[in-house]
Every structure is written in C-alpha cells, then in structure tokens.
Design a protein around this ligand. Structure first.
Ligand code: ATP
Length: 502
C-alpha cells in the first residue's frame, strides 16, 4: 500500500469515528480485535444498504421471497454443508515473536508458478525488471486465490514452499525468525447449547446465512406456493473466527451478509448464473460505485470449489487494494443433495408441466453488508472546495453518498433563532420525519458551519429558512454535490426531496 493510499484510508477511518459512523467495539476496555460497532450515522447507512437490497431483490420481484433463520442451527447442518470438515484457514506461527498469520497471506509465490508467469510476461514485455515485477504480482494473487479456493492437501503442501521456492522455511515479516509449517484452523465459533458443556452440546455460530435457506427450502416451497425458478433471500449476522481480521471493517469476525439462493432447473442454471452475476454487479453501479473501481472477475476453472460450475467475484478497488465485495456462484445441486443425504428428507422438486422430478440447481449471490458499507464510504469520501459566507473558496470534506444510501436525506436550518424562522424550519422537519424521511434539525452556529457538518455526514439536501421565507413562504435548498441553491415553496420541499431519493 503506497503512502497516499494509507493516508486516505486513515482519513476515512478518522472521519468515520469523528462523525459517528463506526466505532471500535468495547473501546472503553481497549477494544476487541475483529469486532466493530456502528454509530448513529453508520447504523443509518447500513440500514439503508440492507433496505435498498431488500427492496430491489425481494419486494420488487415476484420470483423472490424472504427468510430470517436462526443463527444457531442443528450442528448436523454444518456437517452436511462441509463446514465442520473443510471450513479451514491455513495457520502458521512465528517461532521467534510468536505472531500468528494466515499462511496464504504470507507465502506468496510458489516457484513453479512464478516461473511460468515470468516466462509469459517476459515474452510479452521486453523489459526484464518490469516483467519480473509484473510476473511476481500476478503469481502472488493467483496463487493466493488458488490456495484459498481449493483447500486440499496439495495446497497445504504448497505452504511449505518459501518465497524463492528453494525449500527453506519462510520467515516472519515481523522479526525474520522461521515460521512453522501450516496447519488447519477451523473458523467456526463454537458454543454450548443448554447446561452441559460436553461434546454433545456443541453448536456453532453460523459462518454464513446460506445454510438457513437450504434447511428451509422445503418449508418455503410447501408454504409459499413458489414454483421454479425462484429465490429465497436472507440478511443476517454471520461469524467467522478469522485468524487475521484486518482492513478495518473489511474482514471482521462478526459481520452481516445479504444472500440469495436462486433455485432453478439444471438446464437453465448457466443462464441464471450469468443473469445474477450481471444484475448484482449493476446493483453496485446503480448505487454509485464508479465502474472504474468496481470490477467483475470470473474465476478460472482451477479456482472453482469442487461443487461449483462457475463463479465470479464483484470486486472493489479499496485504498488497501482490490478485494471481494460479493461472490456469485453456480453451486449446482450440491447443497440440496448433501442436505437430502444427511437429513434423510426428500429435497426433490416435481415439475407438473414436464412431469420431471429433480433436485434443483442453485445460483448464489452472496454479499457482505459491511464490505458494501466500506466501499460506499470509500467511494463517497471527497475533498473539494466550497465557498464560505464571504464567497471565498474553502477546502471541505464531503461524503457523496448516493441519495438512497445517505444516512440523513434532508437537514433543515433556520438562518437565525428568531423572527419565526425556527418555527417554519421545525414544521418542515416534522413533515419530513412524519413522511419517513430521515431528517436533521440544526439551529446552532453559523450556517456555513452547519453546511459543512452535513457535508461530512453525506446529507444530499439542506433547506434553510431565511428572512425571505417569512414573506413568501419559500426556502433555499442547497445541493451537496453541485452546491447549487434553488428556492422552493416551503410546503414542497419534502416531496421534492422524496422524489430525488427514490
Ligand atoms: P474472503 O475471501 O474475503 O475471506 P470469502 O470468499 O470467504 O471471502 P464468502 O464465503 O464467499 O467469502 O462470503 C460471502 C461474502 O460475505 C463475501 O463476499 C463478503 O462480502 C462477506 N464476508 C465473508 N467473510 C467476511 C468477513 N470476515 N468480514 C466481512 N465480510 C465477510
């Protein structure tokens, strides 16, 4: 990460804390690594992300229904899903300073792969130094992805290879002492259900919401009268005991997911996969993530999990690098078949028209609420200039959230605290909150300062009641991004704003 990227990230983190978007969890006790709290502005942002997703993915579609399943489920669910056996991350320890790392974040290049890449890049570019750098970078990310996706024994062996691939153990980036060989670490949080703390009482906090959907697939089918193709959507908390929580809220141990399992016939699966991959990408674009920072990356065939027919990641270029926001996968009939096998319940679907009985395929778009929130925060963060009271340009920090996502939609100010201005401003504020708009009333300090505070909160519109308002019942409405000011009749402000945040 270059100096400026690091600084940018620091600024975003500082603003998030200063303005009450995100706090470290249990901060008064020194915090706890991998857990975060959302403050008054953050909770509105996060709620808006979830509401917009629910509105767009569930309410506006006639082929989708919602679900809210329990966080703790019968542990057999996690045997069937494969999580008990293979939801592992490779762990290595430093024999010197005792630091603990995820191996795939340390062991970067496997020699053979690096050589291949080098060869390919070397042929293309004529500059050896450049080719070498390019090749190493390419091999790094590719190897890491492969290791993560496959998780098989070959991958574990790969961790023993050091950066140069000459058989020596890798060294700790912190103290340069040798690292141990990798061992498997299951990321599911364990707990006990009931009064007995023995092995029969072990249960897990769910590491994904998806399995709650599979476990209820028959219930939904039998009660909702949905017919294939259709989807079940769920938003909820998930927990992973990540070895190295990092990059702010990007990788944490408690987080929220927005997941869809879309059930269809095998013959239509590829088409639905491509539909959902593109639709989910477009959703982020429509909410303001500029296309240049947002990417859609199709997985290579050898990156795919053994049950997946195809997979793509929606990735975003965060200040700390390009990382996954959401994965979309064609998971075939793997999940329902496994649950049929482990539960003994019939998971098949009967098509009345074709008279065919089969286990549906499933397409899974699986996104993280916190990662989306972080991407929207990063994208919104802008430093520009705005004129002060005297018309002189001053630097400002402004969060340019899409209006649908902005925590506060409308701020209302009386220019001064007298002559009936507060009363009119209060009336507009009441009308806004009464109609479901999140609004903010502020009468303290210079109006320029009040604008700046709303700019940092990302409020798209500010309405100011001034002397003229009392004569002709109009107010000034200022646009956060263009700084343009227009006059509107006071009783039209709320509907005008409502129109623009749809
Ligand atoms: P990663 O490679 O970053 O660990 P993953 O591929 O394991 O992610 P999935 O299991 O596909 O992630 O989970 C689906 C989505 O859930 C991810 O795209 C991400 O948005 C979110 N997610 C997963 N793990 C975390 C985490 N530790 N913190 C925050 N969000 C997460």
């Amino acid at each position: 990460m270059s100096e400026t990227h690091e600084q940018l990230m620091e600024k975003i983190v500082a603003l998030s804390k200063r303005r009450g978007f995100i706090f470290q969890s249990s901060e008064i006790y020194g915090g706890i690594n991998g857990f975060w709290d959302y403050g008054p502005l953050g909770v509105e942002l996060k709620r808006n992300i979830k509401d917009v997703w629910w509105h767009d993915m569930v309410r506006r579609r006639n082929d989708m229904v919602g679900l809210d399943s329990a966080i703790i489920m019968n542990p057999k669910v996690w045997e069937a899903s494969g999580h008990v056996v293979s939801f592992n991350d490779p762990l290595v320890d430093c024999t010197g300073c005792r630091a603990r790392y995820r191996a795939d974040q340390i062991f970067t290049v496997v020699a053979a792969e690096a050589d291949n890449e080098l060869l390919a890049a070397g042929v293309e570019a004529n500059d050896e130094q450049h080719a070498r750098e390019q090749a190493t970078a390419a091999a790094n990310s590719k190897t890491r992805r492969r290791i993560k996706q496959r998780g098989d024994d070959l991958s574990w062996a790969v961790f023993r290879a050091d950066q140069g691939g000459d058989g020596r153990p890798a060294l700790c980036p912190n103290c340069n002492a040798e690292l141990t060989a990798a061992r498997k670490f299951n990321m599911m949080f364990k707990t006990f259900v009931g009064a007995m703390e023995d092995s029969s009482a072990v249960a897990y906090l769910r590491p994904e919401t998806a399995q709650g959907i599979f476990a209820n697939y028959k219930n939904v089918l039998d009660t909702s009268r949905m017919r294939l193709p259709f989807g079940i959507a769920q938003i909820g908390k998930s927990f992973r005991n990540e070895i190295n929580p990092r990059n702010y809220i990007f990788r944490s141990r408690e987080f929220e997911q927005m997941e869809i399992e879309f059930f269809c016939h095998a013959s239509g699966a590829d088409q639905w996969y491509r539909y959902w991959r593109d639709a989910r990408f477009q959703w982020y674009v429509d909410l303001g993530l500029t296309s240049s920072k947002l990417r859609l990356r199709d997985h290579d065939q050898d990156e795919l999990a053994h049950y997946a027919a195809s997979c793509a990641d929606v990735e975003y270029e965060f200040p700390f690098g390009v990382s996954e926001l959401e994965g979309v996968a064609n998971r075939t009939d793997y999940d329902l078949s496994r649950h049929q096998e482990f539960s003994g319940r019939d998971m098949s679907y009967y098509d009345d028209q074709t008279k065919e009985r089969f286990i549906p395929y499933v397409i899974e778009p699986s996104g993280g609420v916190d990662r989306a929130a972080l991407a929207f925060l990063c994208e919104a963060y802008t430093e520009d200039q705005a004129p002060d009271e005297h018309g002189n340009p001053q630097p400002r920090t402004v969060m340019k959230f899409h209006p649908r996502l902005a925590p506060i939609k409308l701020a209302v100010f009386p220019l001064v605290k007298r002559e009936g201005m507060p009363e009119l401003a209060q009336r507009i504020y009441d009308e806004a909150t009464g109609s479901g708009l999140s609004a903010f009333y502020d009468e303290k300090g210079a109006v320029g300062r009040r604008y700046r505070r709303q700019d940092e909160a990302g409020t798209p519109f500010c309405a100011t009641v001034d002397g003229q308002s009392l004569e002709d019942n109009t107010v000034t409405v200022r646009d956060r991004d263009t700084l343009e000011q227009i006059r509107l009749p006071a009783d039209e402000v709320v509907s005008w704003v409502a129109e623009r945040i749809r």
